[in-house]
Design a protein around this ligand. Structure first.
Ligand code: GLN
Length: 511
């Protein structure tokens, strides 16, 4: 399997044809997606036409762009003109958007070739992709385990070698957590850095789009392509887009890295494995962090210190309330956003005696249980008499989180934590909602603050499954975040390839 950079380089120079690259990826999907179920739709014919256009451009001496001929998978909550966009919900089955999301436009304008739309938890609500109306996606490392969620399809597609790049959305961790569980890189940019135009809304004050890739440099390349101001998104930031790739070669010397105490628990036991510089952790979050994960994060911190960074512990007290605040605010926003699925405008309609009954029957048939639970929770949190006690209080916690992060960033350039409290779990293992929601403990704080955060693979934990380290930075601080992520990638122990991708690279070489 090649990187997006290598593929685009080859195609721009004429060393490879976009059509051939595409067939190689379509072949892998054909051979293995029956097992993985990363895709809701594979857009083979449209992709063949797009690849042919890229090859024609090269033949005519034109440069198709930095992602020339790179197959890319889009999460199925990103609008794609004329191509079904389902959000993995019965509610939108058969709906074809009349326009492309800004990020889809940006990727294709840079030469990328859409290869398909990927599975997700219904309307992006979940952490395992088990809540998809079309059945779960399986983790390429172990088909008995979840790929994480909600962008599980995008993460599994990249990990399985079905596409070198994918886009997902992250409202409470849905890019970073599946990236972590699938052993790849995933970035949630600063809120406003990437346009949300054409992303089907879940919780609009949190939703951000970002890339999945097999390495930090590919993720940085894709981030550069999709970043920038967009007048179609009123929360889009009119800031210049830095050269993200230039940040990768910078060393970490002099950078101050803070390991978040509340998110690293007391997993490290005894002096034999103890970090001489970090000592013991202070607090611990609800549900805890598994010891194998904490171990890798502390090793990552040590590796950064070895590379010249100044590493210390930092307390960000409000992160312990993040989960509670998020699971009030996000459902509140969702209850409002999902009111538009009424049987009149989009997708499904179940006829009734009058409009009200039609609305009710449509929503009852169209939404799955988790989505219904969120709508009810959100409606309750916003109802008269409870608004101040729940929603208002959660907003104050959100403010507190921002302040605590600001205080931490006064002393540190980036912060480090686990991405997920555990490695990939088995299907059904986290069936009760609270256990599932705890998957988001480490990722949610950066959604509350709006700051950028990413997951980088760093070794393995239990059962030799991938562990991801989360690198967080202040708003618009993606460059320092990427510098640290690149350093972690250089220091990381080699990650075993998922069995599927290993098989794919053998067949790929022979064909
Ligand atoms: N797992 C979280 C939730 O269920 C986050 C989802 C997301 O980021 N889209 O809300």
């Amino acid at each position: 399997m090649s990187t997006a950079r290598a593929i685009a380089g080859d195609i721009r120079s004429g060393a490879q044809r976009a059509a051939d690259v595409l067939e190689e990826y379509l072949g892998r999907i054909e051979a293995h997606d029956g097992d993985v179920h990363a895709f809701n739709t594979v857009t083979a014919e449209q992709a063949r036409a797009a690849a042919a256009a890229i090859d024609a451009a090269v033949d005519e001496g034109r440069d198709p762009g930095p992602l020339a001929g790179v197959p890319v998978a889009f999460k199925d909550n990103l609008c794609t003109r004329g191509v079904a966009t389902t959000c993995s919900s019965r509610m939108l089955e058969g709906w074809r958007p009349p326009y492309d999301a800004t990020v889809v436009q940006a990727m294709t304008a840079a030469g990328a070739v859409m290869i398909g739309k990927t599975n997700l938890d219904e309307f992006a609500m979940g952490s395992s992709t088990e809540h998809s109306a079309f059945g779960p996606t399986r983790n390429p490392y172990d088909l008995a385990r979840v790929p994480g969620g909600s962008s599980g399809g995008s993460a599994a597609a990249v990990a399985a070698g079905f596409a070198p790049l994918a886009l997902g959305s992250d409202t409470g961790g849905s890019i970073r957590q599946p990236a972590s569980l699938c052993g790849i890189v995933g970035i949630k940019p600063t809120y406003g850095r990437v346009s949300r135009y054409g992303l089907v809304a879940f919780a609009s004050s949190f939703d951000q789009i970002g890339p999945f890739a097999t390495d930090v440099a590919d993720a940085a390349l894709a981030l550069g392509v999709i970043s920038g101001h967009d007048p179609f998104d009123s929360t889009s930031i009119p800031a210049a887009v830095p050269d993200f790739e230039a940040a990768l070669a910078r060393g970490v010397e002099g950078l101050r890295v803070g390991v978040v105490s509340e998110l690293t628990g007391s997993g490290r036991n005894g002096a034999a494995t103890g970090s001489p510089m970090l000592g013991d952790a202070a607090g611990e979050v609800l549900g805890g962090i598994d010891a194998d994960v904490t171990e890798r994060v502390l090793e990552a911190a040590d590796a950064l210190a070895d590379a010249g960074a100044t590493v210390g512990r930092v307390s960000v007290p409000a992160v312990t309330y993040g989960l509670t605040a998020y699971y009030l605010i996000a459902p509140a926003e969702a209850s409002s956003n999902l009111a538009r699925y009424d049987g009149t405008r989009y997708g499904l309609r179940v006829e009734g005696a009058d409009v009200e009954e039609m609305n009710r029957l449509t929503r009852r048939a169209g939404f799955g249980d988790e989505v219904k639970a969120r709508i009810m929770l959100g409606t309750f949190a916003l109802s008269a008499g409870y608004y101040d006690a729940y929603y208002g209080k959660a907003q104050r916690v959100r403010m507190l989180t921002r302040r605590d992060f600001d205080a931490a960033y006064a002393d540190f350039d980036v912060l480090l934590s686990p991405t997920s409290p555990c490695v990939a779990f088995r299907f059904g293992e986290r069936a009760d909602p609270m256990t599932m929601y705890r998957c988001d403990t480490c990722t949610i704080p950066s959604n509350l603050s709006g700051d950028p955060a990413m997951s980088v693979p760093f070794g393995t934990g239990a059962e030799d499954l991938p562990v991801g380290v989360q690198v967080m930075a202040p708003a618009l601080g993606e460059e320092a975040m990427l510098t640290v992520a690149a350093a972690l990638e250089r220091a990381a122990p080699p990650l075993p390839k998922p069995p599927l991708a290993a098989a794919a690279s053998t067949t790929g070489a022979g064909s």
